[in-house]
Design a protein around this ligand. Sequence first.
Ligand code: SF4
Length: 659
Amino acid sequence: MGKGYTGKILTVDLTHRDIREEIIPDDVYERYLSGVGLGAWWLYNRIEPGANPLGPDNVLGFVSGLLTGTGALFTGRWMVVGKSPLTGGWGEANCGGYFSPAIKRCGYDGIFFSGVSDKPVYLSVNPDGAGLHDASHLWGKDTVETEKILIRSATGKKKPRVACIGPAGERRSLIAGIAHDRGRMAARAGLGAVMGAKKLKAVVLAGSERINPHNRTAIRTLNGKCKKFVQFQPPFVTGPLTAYVGALMRWLPTQMAMDGMLYKIMLRKWGTVSMNQMSVEMGDAPVKNWIGSNKDFGPRKSRPVNPDVFTDRELTKYHCFACPLGCGGICKGTGKHEKTHKPEYETVLSLGGLCLNEDPDSIFYMNELLNRAGMDTISAGGAIAFAIECYENGVINQDDTDGLVLTWGNTDAIVALLRMMIRREGIGDLLADGVRVAAEKIGGEAGKYAIHAGGQMLPMHDGRNDPGFALHYSVEPAPGKHTTGSQMYYEMFRLWKKVKDLPTPFPIYLKWAKYRTDIRKVRMAAACSKYMAVVNGAGGCLFGAFLGADRLPIFEYLNSATGWDNRPEAYMEIGERIQTLRQLFNIKQGIEPKNNMASPRVLGRPTLSAGANKGRTLDMEKMMADYWSQFGWDATSGEPLPKTLDRLGIGINLESKGE
Ligand code: SF4
């Protein structure tokens, strides 16, 4: 009988070409789970303060989830962790596909790289062992080509699973990601640049070990109950009508608590693009580099990116490992590319509404370019919108843009600028390192137009519509991510049904109540952070978590997989420990948490004069202080207090615990 995890990791010192197995004690899993928790535990003590993220002292980890491969549904996600060259602090990026089970089938819960290779290499792990191989012939190739070559050249019986970088990572673009399965991306935090700096082109896994949970029958029983919710699929409105549903939501003075079943129905029908128009209309999606609104990208302009446009081009649905839902899609490609991944909501709005680009063909094309280059689409869209606003305001001109007329909605110029970013040519070289770096180098007024949190460009969810997003952008140890919490996420997670003493949301409430800063909201935000740390330790998918903790039974899955008998509250404490250790990582690396506050514009400073979020402003200083207090961190500095570390058992027995 197993415990779901393998109890081992692989460490690879690229400088000395030294590859070792390390045994991880059970108590590490009991305290941190696997996935992001194991990653934080391993990295905290192994990256020295002030380590250069692009130097040999950074450690880059590929971690699987504790539940991956146990049979539990929605648990095939893997993560990359390391010190982020984009933010200077804790960096993490999450991805689906089939790489997470591949890590475990090699017999490991994680693979960690330190040092720097003197020439391009890739790591392969298969039943014959692990080894580093020359990757000179792959250097310069895009992610799709690289993966194809590595799969074709594999000699074993088993098809390998590959994670690799493209030219963006090789050129150390600080917004480079790591690709898998023909362009799915662990996109955020610039960890592709870390891989490029280590001259590690790819990780190729073809293991065949079995993953054994404690009680497979119990997991199957839990699956049966969960599947009923996934399969429920009544007919829903057509794509263009979603804009009017969003407009109605904007117009109503009240709001209903969101049930993840509604989102699940949309996700299954269209994928994440289901929200393209609805989000703009209701004020969830930022427009025109966060100064616009639904007035600038209304139903007529955004109709070309309505959800049906994307499913019309879908050839087949795409499921990650162990996923019964399949929100992804493989679509007809553009130009010389026969097939392409369906762009995600974040991609469509970053390269669409944020730049006022109405052309869906260009979005399909840029999505493929970015996936092949190995560059984050959210950050790329944010950087282009920043450059357009600089141009429109005379901060840069045609001499700076190599002749591009960089105006709002100029599709040709947007595509051309993206190509310059990927090749690091001209102004594209600055933008390839994100808006914070670009604004510092451009100088003048440029900083006003650089929208980010802690250096990371922001996703397509507006804190002026749901303040929870702005709070999580600002307080998460990996700032500027939309995959942890918001008021709406809390409603969908339904944690109060499982965890004692958590607030139950009002089923219907007046909208203005969302903007009142009160302790209930901060408790909800803290619960989201803890819960998503558990989900990410388990290898769970956020969209599965949206079903609700009573419908996707993560806590019960964990007990069945490991043989533990933890109550949900005990898992939430594990989430708190993971969050606190990541915060400690940032403190150790010299990050001042208050400096991660999202850009003023995102907080309604100044307020918008039109559109769904007109007149709204957030008291983010108070929200951040209250959130830190909820965790037992100092309300002024955001530093975890000694008594909190004692309570969580962090810092005790430093040697054996690894912290
Ligand atoms: S819901 Fe979508 S992202 Fe999540 S596991 Fe399924 S296919 Fe992957």
